[in-house]
Design a protein around this ligand. Structure first.
Ligand code: P1T
Length: 377
């Protein structure tokens, strides 16, 4: 099936009781059992929820995986991954990831005897050199938040297989519409469904997708045992949103592409970062492993004052954390999403105080360009 057909139908059957075409919100904590020891297969809603199951199947299909396991947030999914390793184990991870991922792993999970090497994974040699006898996992985010650095997914998955390591990719920025890491041999895909998958900035959610039986079994166990599950209503909202993922992503990309070119030619920004620009250092890799370049654009305005000018004066772009919604957002990574990353680390990767991140929405592009132009003037 094509992507849109899957997005609209996968995991969804008319409701067996009423024929409702849209999967209902199964808003219940528990299920009546026929007799002692005989249930419908649904016993307690932390373990089983039909709306959640429909969403898990839907996103698993879009990611070309067998299993989806839903969580209450992207970070709950990020946290659940750590149940695949144990004290004494080591993880090699991209140095530029979402700031909350850095905070969770480096500032919290380290206290449980886990060790992390933060490497520039744009160069595979850095990943390879960081592998130790106790390494168990390679974790990459590509494109990264907010520097839009890419990691070669095929090369990473091959390196992981050679060393018997679990490979993970945070695919939040691309969404399954533009990139499917499992098809390059990556073991687990992570999504903050808060972003493009839901796309309307009205829920918080996360998802892990895998085709590996053992990994699925372990994560499914943890989903129930630790209980960080999303509500049926939130699952329903994401399920309704994936139906329009293809049309939204096409428009996000078309707008971002025009927006990145406008910013580059405007002369206002010192540097514009977008994987679709020919001057992006990994433009060729982007064309190889992505089917499009996405809706995120970052730009360095040269000084904090210049950055503030655009951040504080836009009227259609909203100054806010998050991304991937239909409405355009603007943010200041150094003081917002990546504030928990030490300044030396931020500076090393170019995440300066003058960097501004744009989540280009699907409004009329002329209005978005006019908005940023008036703010810069
Ligand atoms: O916010 P939450 O649903 O818990 O997802 C965390 C997360 C994971 N991975 C990536 C790549 C992310 O961007 C995020 C969340 N990011 C933001 C809130 C942000 O503004 O960048």
């Amino acid at each position: 099936m094509g992507f849109s057909t899957d997005a609209i139908h996968a995991g969804q059957i008319p409701d067996p009781t009423t024929g409702a075409v849209i999967t209902p919100i199964y808003q219940t904590s528990t299920y009546a059992q026929h007799e002692l020891g005989k249930s419908t297969g649904f016993e307690y809603a932390r373990t089983h929820n039909f709306t959640r199951q429909a969403l898990e199947k839907n996103i698993a299909v879009l990611e070309k995986g067998k299993y989806g396991i839903a969580f209450a947030s992207g970070l709950a999914a990020t946290h659940a991954l750590m149940n695949l390793v144990k004290a004494g184990d080591h993880i090699v991870i991209s140095n530029n990831v979402y700031g909350g991922t850095y905070r969770l792993y480096e500032l919290n999970m380290k206290n449980y005897g886990l060790d992390f090497s933060w490497v520039d994974s744009t160069d595979l040699k850095n990943v390879e050199n960081a592998i130790r006898p106790n390494t168990k996992m390679i974790y990459v985010e590509t494109p990264t938040n907010p520097m839009l650095n890419l990691t070669d997914l095929k090369a990473v998955s091959e390196l992981a297989k050679k060393n018997n390591l679990i490979s993970v990719c945070d695919n939040t920025f691309m969404s399954p519409y533009f990139q499917n890491p499992l098809t390059f041999g990556i073991d687990i895909v992570l999504h903050s469904t808060t972003k493009y998958l839901n796309g309307h900035s009205d829920i918080i959610g996360g998802m892990l997708i895998t085709s590996d039986e053992k990994i699925h079994e372990r994560i499914r166990y943890i989903q129930n045992a630790a209980g960080g599950v999303p509500s049926p209503f939130d699952c329903w909202l994401v399920l309704r949103s994936t139906k329009t993922l293809a049309v939204r992503m096409k428009q996000h990309e078309e707008n971002a592409n025009t927006f990145a070119k406008f910013l580059s030619e405007s002369g206002y920004a010192k540097k514009v970062i977008y994987p679709g620009l020919k001057n992006h250092p990994q433009h060729e890799l982007a064309k190889k492993q992505m089917r499009g370049f996405g809706g995120m654009v970052s730009a360095d305005f040269g000084s904090l004052d210049a950055a503030k000018k655009v951040l504080n004066n836009v009227k259609i772009f909203t100054l806010a954390e998050s991304l991937g919604g239909v409405e355009s957002l603007i943010s200041h990574p150094a003081s917002m999403t990546h504030a928990s990353v030490p300044k030396e680390e931020r500076d090393k990767m170019g995440l300066t105080e003058s960097l501004v991140r744009f989540s280009v929405g699907i409004e009329d592009i002329e209005d978005l360009i006019a908005d940023v132009t008036q703010a810069l003037k």
